[in-house]
Design a protein around this ligand. Structure first.
Ligand SMILES: Cc1cc2nc3c(=O)[nH]c(=O)nc-3n(C[C@H](O)[C@H](O)[C@H](O)COP(=O)(O)O)c2cc1C
Length: 332
């Protein structure tokens, strides 16, 4: 049995599950494995140092899967912005048909992506931004709750409220993220009004995720309490693993420090070192509260099958059983 939702129909995938962009993690092997499992994976454009490298990464992914996959384009404020238009051109020229935009308003990218037949799944962290993106004409919304790894926004609204609040106003396909790791989460998201789930942390801890085994083991060993919120005072909150570096960042900013005071601690190069060398204290690395729900390192295929099977068993078993129990009680 498969689960069909507005998301699976619109984006042409088998399962209502996505793997969102992940800096330093969202590479061809992982994304191809997600595609082969029947879910929707996104290569992270800015993990590739140049647009030409992105073209190679997309080609590498194509060699590993015949199924559809997308590219994440994260647009963050920056003093020296990357050449977004060149990355976008590579995506279009490579024939990729879905882009996950994140980080800011997708408006500048929409017309050219749509003109070239590329669907846009916009990731945001608030109902108002979701509604704005829907009004702009994106093809789907990915709404990211406070639980998530990466940037949860500044409103601190967890999925239990954020998802149904968004569902009241979103008519286009909407998937939900932040804290999802298993079939129970998928069923909960569907019940709250989403058409599927997006996961980062859970996919990061799989066989095909090309990061050092120490990081995967740290996720397995970690709990839901093992994250820090950095950059709160800078209005650019990020949820990362708790380690000596992230705790120092929190401390410096708490006492009035500025970005310049923490720049040396939070550099992307240091974070990349964590994933490559497995030195968990080398820099900051992203992980969400779902770390507390992750206790193994399956293949992506095993993971996706398990989530879908568990969701179906839950709907047809435990939940249906409650209704059957109620019916029996009324009848007796
Ligand atoms: C290691 C890592 C790196 C991430 N980098 C990005 C990124 O570059 N752009 C982006 O839009 N989201 C990024 N995210 C967020 C994920 O795409 C996803 O929205 C989030 O992980 C969902 O929450 P979860 O971790 O609870 O599943 C990252 C997440 C992780 C774990």
């Amino acid at each position: 049995m498969t689960m069909t939702t507005k998301f699976t129909r619109t984006f042409g995938v088998e399962h209502p599950i996505a793997q969102g962009g992940m800096q330093w993690v969202g590479r061809a092997e992982l994304v191809a494995a997600v595609a082969n499992s029947g879910a929707l994976g996104f290569i992270t454009a800015l993990t590739q140092p140049t647009p030409a490298d992105l073209a190679n990464e997309i080609a590498r992914c194509r060699d590993l899967t015949a199924k559809p996959f997308g590219v994440n384009l994260t647009i963050l404020p920056s003093i020296n912005p990357p050449p977004y238009e060149e990355y976008r051109k590579v995506i279009i020229d490579s024939g990729v048909k879905v882009v996950e935009t994140a980080g800011s308003n997708p408006a500048p990218h929409l017309p050219v992506l749509h003109d070239n037949g590329v669907k846009v799944l916009h990731k945001c962290t608030s109902v108002r931004h979701a509604v704005k993106a829907q009004d702009l004409g994106v093809d789907g919304i990915s709404i990211d709750g406070f639980e998530c790894a990466g940037h949860p926004g500044e409103d601190d609204v967890p999925g239990l409220v954020l998802i149904p609040a968004a569902a009241r106003q979103i008519q286009i396909p909407m998937i939900a993220s932040g804290g999802f790791a298993d079939g129970r989460g998928l069923v909960a998201a569907l019940a709250l009004g989403a058409d599927g789930i997006n996961m980062g942390s859970r996919f990061m801890c799989t066989v095909e995720s090309a990061i050092h085994p120490n990081v995967k083991q740290a996720i397995v060993d970690g709990t839901e309490r093992g994250t820090e919120l950095i950059f709160r005072t800078l209005n650019n909150t990020g949820r990362v693993a708790s380690n000596t570096v992230s705790r120092e960042v929190v401390d410096i900013l708490k006492w009035g420090g500025t970005f310049e005071d923490v720049r040396h601690l939070v550099s992307g190069a240091r974070g990349r070192t964590v994933y490559e060398t497995g030195d968990l204290e080398a820099g900051i690395w992203w992980i969400g509260t779902s770390m507390g729900l992750i206790d193994d390192i399956p293949t992506v295929g095993e993971l996706v099958t398990r989530i879908v099977d568990e969701a179906q068993d839950l709907i047809t078993g435990r939940l249906a059983g409650m209704l059957a129990g109620a019916t029996a009680a009324v009848a007796s």
